[in-house]
Every structure is written in structure tokens, then in C-alpha cells.
Design a protein around this ligand. Structure first.
Ligand code: GLN
Length: 448
């Protein structure tokens, strides 16, 4: 069924590779084992899942949608993939995304744009655009993406599905191609909160291969989802609702969302968040710094693509390989990151951004001492048209509501709640305190 759907919707360009034969063989093997033993292989027996092209799957290609990883094959499974397979999942393919997960529109892939299935002239969001569209268009049941600054929540918003970034460290990053390691987190796309919850409880948890993976025991999210008492105290940032970049229809929907919550017995209160204008600059200083370091490993020697030319020096070979292998946006970020880390500018940019991050963490503790959750729109505007935003700084603004959760490590989700007058969906974001992933899921289930 899903292979047929993928063939029908090929124009969306959601998959870079489909493991057709392999997926069928795996499904047949799962069927056989069920007939023979009478029991399921695991809680995800036969669940069809797609992987963003930044997650390693043993003996399969992985390119981060970049030319520089052309021809590279994973030699091990990401921990998340290992756990999916052990639970009986069928991996159906590798999904298109922005190169090295850098972008908000999926226009930065070396393998072409992904189209939004709700309106093919519009972007699906990014960077996990292919993974979002695959779930939106019914090409698989669930996708794994990665969220460094909103890359799961923002495309989920643009595509009308559920997308969650758990607490930083809740899911091991082993086997996730690094963008900005202190922000990166694997996230999940699904059509409903319970679907998402069951996948999270399987892939979450401590991991000997990732020292930043949280050792806190994983709760049985799917069972507890409807059992825990739903918290009632909800805050929203006054400055978020008043922001000039916020689309008026989204602002109106947000107000009606607040009213619905209040009518349903929640206490919803505005709070001051004086740092809103600083979150995007702090995010881009810190993530580009980390990226410039993480991406230094792609030098034409160890992985993937190497520029041709026999009579060049080693330095020239590095130079040519990186010039030809990386796309424009990735090069821009390596330059920016190298600049903010350079002697003479380090304190003015990097140290300052670290201070902002520290302030945000303190602010988060203060807010969650009084509230259980924070709500906001996920993105200030609905899905835009291809080519509509050409200024990178304007594109960065799409992340204004999402990067806060990555800067502070808290869990956040986008819920598909509204349809815009131009007939495309958009959502609302809910955030809870660090490690309160269960509370976030149960609250989300109530709100859907
Ligand atoms: N749009 C953000 C960026 O380009 C988020 C990316 C992400 O979460 N991977 O950095």
C-alpha cells in the first residue's frame, strides 16, 4: 500500500531512496513469524517508518541531502533505528531534507525541493520537509526527523501533522549526523499524539554510545497518556502575540485557542518575555559555531565526495572538495560559525550568545515554577511559496518561536489545529519543562 502511495506521489520528492524490495521482504518475514509464533515481534510490528536522510541505517546510503556525502554508506545503525527494528518496524526509505538540516523550507537540498501536498506551489517547511510530507501524504505511518531549531515542529505546522522534539537527550543522538550537537535532537512526525507517544517510548532512553542521552527512566507514554492528571496552568509570551512578523490570521487563531482553553478550565495567562528578539541571533551564532566545527570532518579524505584533480596540493584538494561539495547555505553557515569563533570576535559573539542562552535557561526555570506549559504559534506565517523568501535573515525569522525550546533543551510539540484562508494548515506549539515529555503528550492529546 505505502509503496503504491509513494509511486503515485512521486512528484512530491519526499523520498531520496525507497527500499521497496527490502521493505516487502521484511514485511513478509514479520508475517511469517506472526503465523508461526502467534505473537507480534514487538509493539511496532509492521509499522512503516521513514527516516530523514541524516539518520544512519546500516548498509544504506546517507547523505544529509548533500553532494559532499555522495557515495557514503552507513556502517552502523543509529540507536533510534536499532530500537525501531527490534520493535518490529519496517523502514521504507530515506527522506529528502535541507542540506545538513540547515533551512526552513527544504529549498536547500542538493536533490531538489520537496512539495507541500496541501498546495504544490508552497514549501513543506524544513529542514525535515520530506519526512513531514511523507506522513502528510500517507507515504508512511511515521517519520523520524531531527530538530535543532524547529526542523520537526515547523514542517509539521506547514503540513498539518503532529511533530515533536522531545527533551534534549531524551533520544540518543548516536547515528544522527551532527549539525549543532548541543541543540540536535531526533524528533517524530505522526498523525496523532498516541502514535507519536508509542514511537517515542521505544526509541527514547539512555545509551552507552551517547553520553548526553538522559538516563532518566522512560515512562510508558502510550499507556499513561490518558491517565496522568492534565496540568492546568498555561502561560504565553505577550511579546510573541504582539510580534510584527505574526500573520494576523495566525494571531486570531491563537487568541481563539486561548479562549477555548480558558473555556475548558485552563488558566491561561500572558507573561513578559523580554528576550524574544534575542533568541534567533543567539541561536544562529551558537549553531553556526558548532556546525563549523562539526562539518570540518568532510574534507574529501574520510567520507563521500572528493574533487577530481590529480596535480593539486592537499590543501587545494580540501578546498576544491568543500567548495564543490557544500551548497550555498551550508557554506554561509560555516563562514559565519568560523567568524564568530575567531580570535578577536569570540567574546563579542560566541561568549555573548552563550550568556543569552544561560539567561534563557534561568528564565525557563522561573516560568515553570509557576506554570505547567507555554503555548505559542509554531511559526509566525503559514507555508510560503517557493522562492518567496530569498533573504536569509528573513528566512531565519521563521524560527522565532521554535528555537527557544532548543536553546533551553525543553520538549515542544506542534499540533495541527487550524486551516488558513488560503487552504493550508497551520498549528500551535506547546512546551513543557525539561523531562516533562509525558505531561506534554497528555496535554497535547487533550488539546487535539
Ligand atoms: N531552520 C533552522 C535552521 O536552519 C532549524 C533547523 C533545524 O532544526 N535543523 O537552523
Amino acid at each position: 500500500y505505502f509503496l503504491a502511495q509513494i509511486a503515485t506521489k512521486k512528484h512530491l520528492n519526499a523520498f531520496l531512496e525507497v527500499y521497496a524490495e527490502e521493505a516487502l521482504a521484511r514485511a513478509a518475514q514479520l508475517d511469517d513469524s506472526l503465523t508461526e509464533s502467534g505473537s507480534l515481534q514487538g509493539p511496532l510490528h509492521g509499522v512503516v517508518i521513514g527516516l530523514k536522510d541524516v539518520i544512519c541505517y546500516k548498509d544504506h546510503a546517507v547523505t544529509a541531502a548533500s553532494k559532499i556525502l555522495e557515495g557514503f554508506t552507513s556502517i552502523y545503525n543509529a540507536t533510534a533505528v536499532e530500537r525501531l527494528l527490534a520493535a518490529g518496524a519496517v523502514i521504507i526509505g530515506r527522506q529528502n531534507c535541507d542540506e545538513f538540516a540547515m533551512g526552513s523550507s527544504n529549498e536547500n537540498s542538493a536533490y531538489g525541493n520537496v512539495l507541500n501536498d496541501a498546495d504544490n506551489d508552497r514549501v513543506p517547511g524544513g529542514s525535515s520537509g520530506g519526512s513531514a510530507v511523507a506522513v502528510q501524504a500517507g507515504l508512511c505511518m511515521v517519520s523520524l526527523g531531527s530538530d535543532t531549531g524547529g526542523s520537526v515542529r515547523q514542517p509539521a505546522d506547514f503540513c498539518g501533522i503532529v511533530g515533536m522534539k522531545p527533551t534534549y537527550g531524551r533520544i540518543s543522538r548516536y547515528g544522527l549526523i551532527a549539525y549543532a550537537s548541543s541543540f540536535d535532537q531526533i524528533g517524530i512526525f505522526a498523525r496523532s499524539v498516541p502514535d507519536l507517544a508509542i514511537v517515542l517510548e521505544i526509541i527514547a532512553g539512555k545509551d552507552a554510545y551517547d553520553s548526553t542521552a538522559s538516563a532518566t527512566p522512560v515512562e510508558s507514554y502510550s499507556h499513561l497518556l490518558h491517565q496522568v492528571a492534565t496540568p492546568k496552568r498555561i502561560a504565553y509570551f505577550r511579546q510573541a502575540l504582539e510580534h510584527a512578523a505574526l500573520d494576523p490570521e495566525i494571531a486570531a487563531a491563537f487568541r481563539s485557542f486561548i479562549k477555548t482553553l480558558t473555556d475548558n478550565g485552563y488558566e491561561v495567562e500572558p507573561i513578559d518575555f523580554e528576550y524574544l528578539d534575542y533568541v534567533v541571533p543567539a541561536y544562529y551564532v551558537l549553531t553556526t559555531a558548532e556546525a563549523s566545527s562539526n562539518l570540518s570532518r568532510y574534507d574529501g579524505v574520510k567520507y563521500g565526495y572528493r574533487s577530481n584533480g590529480n596535480d593539486v596540493s592537499l590543501t587545494q584538494m580540501y578546498n576544491k572538495t568543500r567548495t564543490e561539495g557544500f551548497g550555498k547555505e551550508v557554506q554561509r553557515r560555516i563562514l559565519l560559525g568560523t567568524f564568530v569563533l575567531s580570535a578577536g570576535y569570540f567574546d563579542a559573539y560566541f561568549t555573548k550568545a552563550q550568556k543569552v542562552r544561560y539567561l534563557l535557561v534561568e528564565k525557563t526555570k522561573e516560568i515553570f515554577s509557576q506554570f505547567d506549559a507555554i503555548i505559542s504559534p509554531t511559526v509566525p506565517s503559514p507555508a510560503f511559496k517557493f522562492g518567496e523568501i530569498s533573504d536569509p535573515i528573513e528566512m531565519f525569522l521563521a524560527d522565532i518561536y521554535t528555537v527557544f525550546a532548543n536553546l533551553t533543551g525543553i520538549p515542544a510539540i506542534s499540533l495541527p489545529l487550524f486551516i488558513h484562508s488560503n487552504n493550508i494548515p497551520f498549528g500551535m506549539q506547546v512546551m513543557t519543562f525539561q523531562e516533562n515529555d509525558l505531561c506534554l503528550l497528555s496535554l497535547s492529546e487533550q488539546m487535539m
